[in-house]
Design a protein around this ligand. Structure first.
Ligand SMILES: [Zn+2]
Length: 88
């Protein structure tokens, strides 16, 4: 059984060593910090729901914990529907 958001619960709270960015169909949608033990589990689970993972080298993440991260809001294209008057 595959839960759509199971990957969001991956993480153990230990100091993170890696950052993974997860891209949806059109844009970057999520970023997560992970320890070495959990990065492969997160990548596998996120891939199952159609996200495309990019693994970035760790650097200065002393304050980040495994499982922490960001969820980015959906991106609306500039000049999309109803937005043409705002173009310069
Ligand atoms: Zn972990």
């Amino acid at each position: 059984m595959t839960e759509p958001a199971a990957w969001k619960r991956v993480g153990c709270g230990r100091p993170a060593l890696l950052r993974v960015e997860l891209y949806g169909p059109t844009s970057l949608e999520h970023a997560r910090y992970l320890c070495v033990s959990h990065v492969s589990e997160l990548v596998a689970r996120a891939t199952l729901v159609g996200l495309v993972p990019y693994r970035l080298p760790g650097r200065s993440m002393e304050s980040k914990r495994c499982g922490e991260g960001y969820d980015f809001p959906p991106i609306v294209s500039w000049g999309g529907a109803g937005n043409s008057a705002a173009q310069v």
